[in-house]
Design a protein around this ligand. Structure first.
Ligand code: ZN
Length: 390
C-alpha cells in the first residue's frame, strides 16, 4: 500500500514546512512538494489543517503493570493496547518495577510481542529495581546479546527506600555488563535508573562516571522532576553530559509533595539554557504511584497513564516551549538515546510512525504505526486484539 499524506505542516520534529509525506509499506518513502506519484494504488489523504509529527517514543512504561507497595491488592493492571494508540505512542519500552518477584521478564517479553502484533514497536529492558539484576540468562550481558527485544537494563533503583541500596561497585559492574552487551548486540545497552526521593539523588551515577572508564551517558536516570532539588541536580548532571528523563504521570499528591509537572520542568530547562537534546519525557504508565508519608509509610496509590506523555507535550507548548523542542523530548531525543535510528523522526527510509495533530489545538486526529492507520478521529481502526474495546 502506498499512502500520500498531502498538505500537512511537517515537523520531523524540526519544522519542515508544508510538505507531502509518502508512505510505502511500513516506511516513509519520501517527503517533498512535488513527489510526482499518483494513480489507483496511491491512497490520498488530505491533511490540510494538520501537523504531521513523528509517533511518540515512550522510554519507560510498565506494560505488564507494577505496584504492590501496599500489598497484593495494590498491584496495578496490565496496559491495554488501546491506551498507547490513542495517546500517539508508537514505540515504547517496557520495564519491571518494584516487584520483580511476581512480575517477570518472560511476561514482559510476551506483552511486548503482543504490542508488536498489534502494530506498535515495543522493546524491553532486562534487569530489575534490585541488584543482583533479574535476568533470563546468566547475566545482563547475555540477555542483551541473546534476546532481540532487550535493549537496555532497568529500571534500577537508587536513592530510594525501595531500592536494594546498591553500592558504587554494584552499579559499576552492572553498567559495565550492560555496556559490553549493548556493544556486542549493536544496541544502546543503556542503564535506566529509577531515582527516588533520598537527598543524594543522582550522586552515585556521577561518582561511577568519575571513578571508572564508563561514560556518564551509560545511565538514563528517570523521575528527575520528582522535586526541585533533584531537578536542579539533574540540570547539573546534563551539564556534565548526562541524560535525564522526566516522568509525565503525576498525581495531585505528587504535586503537593513537591513534584514538578514535566511541562514546567522543561520550561525551566529552556529558560536556563540547559541542553534539551539530553532531556526526555516518559510516561511511567501503569506504574503504581504510591504515596508515602514523611516516615515512608504507605498512605495510598495512584496509577500512571500513558496519555500523560502527550498531555505534558501540549502543556509545554502552552507554557511557551517551541513546538519542535517540546516534540523532541517525546520523539527524537529518546530514540537517539535508545539507539533506535528508524524511530522518533520523519525521514525517508525511517519507519512510518506518524501522528496527525490538529494545527489549532494539537488534538490527536490520527495515528499511523509502521505504515498502518491505527487510530483516526476517535476510532481505533486496526485493532486486532481479542479483548481490546472497539
Ligand atoms: Zn521508577
Amino acid at each position: 500500500m502506498i499512502i500520500r499524506i498531502n498538505n500537512a505542516e511537517v515537523y520531523q520534529p524540526t519544522a519542515a514546512g508544508q510538505q507531502d509525506v509518502l508512505v510505502a509499506g511500513a516506511l516513509v518513502a519520501a517527503i517533498g512538494n512535488d513527489l510526482g506519484i499518483a494513480g489507483d494504488l496511491v491512497a490520498q489523504v488530505d491533511a490540510t489543517g494538520c501537523l504531521v509529527v513523528p509517533g511518540f517514543v515512550d522510554s519507560l512504561a510498565h506494560i505488564i503493570g507494577g505496584g504492590g507497595e501496599g500489598g497484593f491488592r495494590t498491584r496495578t493492571s496490565e496496559m491495554n493496547v488501546a491506551d498507547p494508540i490513542r495517546a500517539g505512542v508508537t514505540t515504547l519500552v517496557g520495564v519491571l518495577g518494584t516487584d520483580a518477584v511476581t512480575r517477570t521478564l518472560t511476561n514482559l517479553l510476551a506483552k511486548a510481542r503482543a504490542f508488536d502484533e498489534e502494530g506498535l514497536t515495543c522493546y524491553c529492558h532486562t534487569g530489575s529495581y534490585q541488584i543482583p539484576a533479574r535476568t533470563l540468562f546468566n547475566d545482563v550481558m547475555e540477555d542483551l546479546v541473546l534476546v532481540d527485544k532487550f535493549i537496555g537494563v532497568g529500571e534500577v533503583a537508587i536513592a530510594d527506600h525501595r531500592s536494594s541500596q546498591p553500592t558504587l561497585d554494584e552499579l559499576k559492574k552492572l553498567a559495565a555488563q550492560a555496556r559490553v552487551g549493548g556493544m556486542l548486540a549493536g544496541k544502546s545497552g543503556i542503564v535506566s535508573v529509577h531515582v527516588g526521593s533520598a537527598p543524594q539523588g543522582v550522586e552515585q551515577l556521577m561518582q561511577v562516571a568519575a571513578q571508572s572508564d564508563l561514560p556518564i551517558t551509560q545511565f538514563y536516570p528517570t523521575h528527575i522532576n520528582r522535586n526541585q532539588r533533584l531537578l536542579t541536580q539533574g540540570f547539573e548532571y546534563v551539564a556534565k553530559g548526562g541524560y535525564i528523563d522526566f516522568t509525565t504521570s503525576t498525581t495531585p499528591h505528587d504535586l503537593a509533595g513537591g513534584e514538578i509537572k514535566c511541562s514546567e520542568a522543561l520550561a525551566q530547562a529552556v529558560a536556563l539554557g540547559v541542553n534539551i537534546a539530553n532531556i526526555t519525557f516518559s510516561s511511567d504508565a501503569n506504574a503504581s504511584l504510591p504515596m508515602f508519608d514523611e516516615h515512608n509509610n504507605f498512605i495510598g496509590l495512584g496509577e500512571g497513564r500513558i496519555a500523560s506523555l502527550y498531555e505534558e507535550f501540549v502543556d509545554s507548548v502552552k507554557l511557551g516551549v517551541p513546538l519542535a523542542t517540546a516534540l523532541s523530548v517525546i520523539t527524537s531525543n529518546p530514540a537517539r538515546i535508545l539507539k533506535l535510528p528508524s524511530k522518533g523522526k520523519i525521514s525517508a527510509g525511517g519507519d512510518a510512525d506518524l501522528v496527525l495533530l490538529d494545527a489549532k489545538d494539537l488534538t490527536i486526529r490520527a495515528v499511523m504505526a509502521r505504515g498502518v492507520w491505527l487510530y483516526s478521529d476517535g476510532t481505533l481502526t486496526d485493532i486486532k486484539a481479542r479483548f481490546a474495546p472497539a
